[in-house]
Design a protein around this ligand. Structure first.
Ligand code: NAP
Ligand code: GLV
Ligand code: GLV
Length: 323
């Protein structure tokens, strides 16, 4: 019997080539997420499914998919997966770590630089005719050099962000539960209150989990130095967005660079995304030609390994293979 493989968005052709020989491919080609009802229909007789972070794979979807062996997310974050439900059902789940680490760290620094030096608002002011002369007191931002960047979640991306700090003559402090990464590379690991009162710019790199949801809340903002910058290229729900609005309005947060939001997509009517001291980008952390190709190939390879009877490289629930 032919194996059915569902791919929920158009992805790089080099990735499709890898899985094409393994079965019948069904690709959702519209430039929007596959509607959940369509995914339910398509997955019913699928052996493998290559998903995006916009696809929710939960118990109710898995219950429809009696032949499913693997769901392969084309993302490193997998908060869109119910991993426990998949494990109960013997379905493998995989993600795409490593290949997007450098791209996401680069976007993080793009946001840090742009927010601290007012790049976007200066550009906007210029277009609006506000550049009347060079001014000794105009368009002043905050110098990066000599400041401290605080990293929350010192995993692959957090460490890649930390490595780049030296180039800007910045110190690094880390809020870490420990265990992640090479501890010898951690310059200063601080307890929460000291971390918040030391960092000039705080950058989030932890996964979205029950324990990290709304972790950045009013209590964090009251412990930060007034004038702290906040960068989020991880997941929107890590931040209590209402508390961030208040902190921006009170000047506790001098500026924020946000690539992710609690409910995506957002547009110019979203009060936080459109706040004058927020620089918003549409979840583009991994969005480079190089990385999106590599992510698609990695996700396809995970499917290929599962379907030829092996253990996928990025298996998230190894218990499934031990059954
Ligand atoms: P990773 O290597 O697993 O690093 C995440 C780190 O978060 C872990 O090493 C851990 O560090 C820390 N962590 C885990 N649980 C925590 C908790 N309960 N409290 C505090 N820290 C915790 O993952 P990664 O590859 O760096 O990716 C990180 C996240 O970035 C992904 O989960 C994804 O959501 C997001 N992301 C977003 C984009 C984008 O397009 N904007 C692109 C790629 C990834 P410690 O053990 O040191 O605490
Ligand atoms: C993107 O957000 C990812 O988790 O890969
Ligand atoms: C600025 O352009 C300077 O020369 O100081």
């Amino acid at each position: 019997m032919a194996l059915n493989i569902v791919v929920t968005r158009e992805i790089h052709a080099d990735a499709l080539k890898l899985i094409h020989p393994l079965g019948d491919l069904r690709v959702w080609t519209e430039d929007r997420p596959i509607p959940p009802r369509t995914l339910q229909d398509w997955i019913a007789d699928a052996t493998a499914c290559l998903t995006m972070l916009t696809d929710r794979v939960d118990e109710s979807l898995l219950a429809k998919a009696s032949s499913l062996r693997i769901v392969s997310n084309m993302a490193v974050g997998y908060d869109n997966f119910d991993l426990k439900a998949a494990t109960r059902r013997g379905v493998m789940m995989t993600n795409t770590p490593d290949v997007l680490t450098e791209a996401t760290a680069e976007l993080t620094w793009a946001l840090i630089l742009a927010v601290m030096r007012n790049v976007l608002s200066a550009h906007r002011d210029l277009l609006e005719g506000q550049w009347r002369t060079w001014s000794p007191t105009g368009f002043l931002g905050t110098e990066l050099s000599g400041k401290t960047v605080g990293i929350v979640g010192f995993g692959r991306i957090g460490q890649a962000v930390g490595r780049r700090a030296q180039a800007f003559n910045m110190s690094v402090v880390v809020l870490s539960r420990g265990g992640g990464g090479d501890m010898n590379q951690i310059p200063r690991r601080l307890p929460l209150n000291e971390f918040l009162s030391t960092a000039d710019v705080i950058s989030l790199h932890m996964p979205l989990l029950p324990a990290t949801r709304a972790m950045v809340d009013a209590s964090w903002f009251s412990a930060m130095k007034p004038g702290t910058f906040l960068i989020n290229t991880a997941r929107g729900p890590l931040i209590d967005e209402e508390a961030l609005m208040t902190a921006l309005d009170r000047g506790i947060v001098a500026g924020a660079g946000l690539d992710v939001f609690s409910h995506e997509p957002v547009d110019g009517t979203h009060p936080l995304a459109a706040h004058p001291r927020v620089l918003s980008t549409p979840h583009i952390g991994s969005a480079t030609h190089e990385t999106r190709r590599a992510m698609a190939i990695r996700a396809a390879e995970n499917i290929r390994q599962a379907l030829i009877g092996g253990t996928p490289r990025d298996l998230l629930n190894p218990q499934v293979c031990q059954k």
